[in-house]
Ligand binder design. Sequence first.
Ligand SMILES: Nc1ncnc2c1ncn2[C@@H]1O[C@H](COP(=O)(O)OP(=O)(O)OP(=O)(O)O)[C@@H](O)[C@H]1O
Length: 234
Amino acid sequence: MNKYIELKNVNKVYKMGQIDIKAIDNISFSIGKGEFVIVVGPSGAGKSTVLNILGGMDYLSSGEIIVEGNVISQYSSKKLTQYRRLDIGFVFQFYNLIPNLTAKENVELALQICKNPLDVDEVLDKVGLRDRKNNFPAGLSGGEQQRVAIARALAKNPKLLLCDEPTGALDYETGKSILKLLYDTCKRMGMTVVVITHNLAITPMADKIIKIKNGSVDDILINSNPTPIEEIEW
Ligand SMILES: Nc1ncnc2c1ncn2[C@@H]1O[C@H](COP(=O)(O)OP(=O)(O)OP(=O)(O)O)[C@@H](O)[C@H]1O
């Protein structure tokens, strides 16, 4: 696979008064365009920090991050804001929907700050919400709310979809259906997708598995024959 994204010797130190917390310790890996990647590791391993830095939500302390030939680790805060707005779609564990806006309006709101959005109705259809788009979040199940959040991220037409524990608040079957949606989106749209999880069991569904431990890369596995999530049980 090509090196669409490259992290080179990335370090992140948080300063808490006199104490330095090394959240990321010399991490290097690459991600190919259109790859479905799972970043896995125990609590506190540094997974969210990696994702936040990759998504332009935080600065690294040293090292380099290159996305599509651009050294984003050297971006000014203005350029980083543009990168975050235009190139990155985020999906979090909690859906962060605005309660007094319908599913469709939640997606439309996010599109007001981006340049080449996709058609909102088409994206809502694709994530399986054709008949639910005029519902308010309170009238949607957890899985449906996460579908809205995914539609909101996808409608931006981002280059990279970053998902931090996207099934963390969902039951087993609903979680599986969301993982299937993310995988199918990756393969159908050619979207590069990175999913963070602490659930080792789902890693066989990924093209690449990056294991993080104590802020460092413990292992990187390339999987040429991913297992469909429907066939994985845990
Ligand atoms: N803003 C911050 N200020 C200080 N320390 C932080 C900050 N964010 C993260 N850390 C610390 O950095 C380390 C890595 O945290 P991170 O959230 O990236 O881990 P994680 O693998 O995502 O964990 P979890 O699965 O529990 O979310 C932890 O020790 C955490 O306490």
